[in-house]
Structure formats: C-alpha cells, structure tokens
Design a binder for this molecule. Sequence first.
Ligand code: PLP
Length: 352
Amino acid sequence: MSRYWSDSVKQLQPYTPGEQPKINNLTKLNTNENPYGPSPDALSAMQHLLNDDLRLYPPPNADHLKDCIAQYYELNAEQIFVGNGSDEVLAHLFNGLLKQDAPLLFPDISYSFYPVFCQLYDIEFEKIPLAEDFSIATEDYQRLNGGIIFPNPNAPTGKILGLDAIERLLQANSDSVVVVDEAYIDFGGASAVPLIAQYDNLLVVHTLSKSRSLAGMRIGYAMGNAELVEGLERVKNSFNSYPLGHLQIAAAVASFKDEEYFQHTRDVVIQAREHLAEQLQALGFEVLPSMANFVFARHSQHNGENIASQLREQGIIVRHFKQDRIDQFLRITVGTEQQNQLLLQTLAEILG
Ligand SMILES: *Cc1c(COP(=O)(O)O)cnc(C)c1O
C-alpha cells in the first residue's frame, strides 16, 4: 500500500490468475491451456513478420482479422469486435455495456474475473446461485437487471446451458444486454452465434486461448449487433487504439484458415476428456458432465485441497478454489493422453 495510490486503487482486489510456475517437467493442468500447440500455419505466419516492418503500427481496426472471423461465422465485419485476449474484450464490455442503473446478474459460481471488473468499473452486481446440480437456473434471472453475463459452458463447472434456455433468457430480458462468454464452446457445445441474427441484445465472446491454443498471443473477440460493437469500439478507441499487434492478427487469421488442424486437435481433446472423466469416476470421483477442455470433480472420501497439494508434490498442478459449495472440487485441464495417465496413476497412489 502506498500513499500515492488513488482511493480506488487502494480498494481493488485484483483477479488471481492460475499460476505459471517455471518448473521443469511440470504436468500443468491448472489453467485450461491446450496441450497441443497452435496451428503450424499460425507459427509460420508470425515468423514471416519478424522483420523491419514491425516498426510500423498495426492496423488499428484489425480489418483483415475481422473479415476473416465474419466469414467464418457468416456475420458482417461490423458485428465483430477484437481485443487483447477476451479478458480485455470483457473489460470493455463491462465498462461500455454492463454498467447500468440496475445490477448486473451472473452466477455465484462462474468466472471469478467478473466481480473484479465490476469493482474496477464500479458496477453493481448480484450473484445468482446455481441450482443444486450446478446448472444455471434461467428462471432465477427474471428480475430487474442492467445486464446478464455467464460463461457457456460455465467455468469452472464445465456444464452447458442449451440454446433454448439462452433464447428464453434473451426474450425475457430484451431491455438488457445478455453476454455469453463462450471461451470453451468449441469443445462440443452449441454456440449462441446463430441467435445474433434475431436478438440485438446478444453478445457472444470468444477467445483463441483455449481451442486454438494461442493463450500466449492474447487474442479475443466479441460478436453481436453492429450497434453493440460500435459501443465497444468507442471504449476501445478511448483506451488503446492498437490492442492487437501484427503478429497477433497474422496468427489469428492463419489459425482460422487451418480448419483441419483446429478440428483434429479439438476432437482429440474431446475424446481425452471423456476418457479422463470415466477413469476419474472409476477412482471414486464425482465428475460433472463437461463440455469444456477441463473436468470438475470431487472425491467422496478425500478432501479436495489435500488432493491438490499432494498432486503438486508430485509435480502435477490442478486448480482448487477456496469457495463455498465448490471447495471439495478440483478443476483439471484435459492434457495429452500421457499427461492424463500420469495424473490418474498419481491419483490412484494418493487415494491408496
Ligand atoms: C480463459 C477464459 C477467458 C479469458 O481468455 P483470454 O482470451 O485468454 O483472456 C475468459 N472467460 C473465461 C470463462 C475463460 O475461462
């Protein structure tokens, strides 16, 4: 604490990202990174740009990337907003769209960055408890609100909300923006993107960090009605005109063009998830049905935090949240088949 900090900075409680330890031979299953690398085309696209032209500013609107995303999802470029990771996209939309008189609604168990953005931008919010089975109970969102946001699949539960339920939410809340944070949607869930044509209050947020394995490049985007996007552009152009550099734009475009690699690595992760879930159940874990690249699991007899710390001693890190209702759960990223087997073997030893 410094006396030079502003009052608002003194009060901030920043988000704590999953750790990125510099330890060799670590089996890192804590931050939902993709175990397979980015498309080789994305890597070579970046390599081709490592020259003197980097002295030039990137195109401020990343038009080439917006066109590419628009084409991929059959939208118009005016319906696409891009940013430095979806966390930045989220920051701008909290600031520009979700700061209203009525409180913002989101699930009590969801992405823990949401309340941090609320604090940063002084946004009132209400956490709506998940149902007993950890699903989002859409009927609980039928109350006065200044916006709704939730991850789908939800994080850290991995559970998916169906499009019919999302559509009911959009209809019942036509006066507020509904944001669906689809960070994990490529791992098997149905995207809300096709609903954009019918609902001007829908914004769908994606990232290239998970399914496209580009977490290190920081690329995210939002899709929705052109007027919502225009609002986001106003915030972005009052903050940083160039959130994406030349390398980010090129990597993202190349990744979208390499559909084969994308589908292949995604399918491998989905298969490994199903296998991992079955084997965890065989070890006595309850595993929530996951549509993400992680599973959320608790053991009937062993304490979650203890398991996490014993795994850590063996060089395997998973994520544990000290939060009501979920403090017995572990969130385990789906790794390579080899990493998953090492995890399962180690768990078998720990559990005796
Ligand atoms: C990983 C994640 C993000 C952030 O993704 P970045 O693009 O890497 O910033 C946003 N929302 C959820 C739910 C996530 O899990």
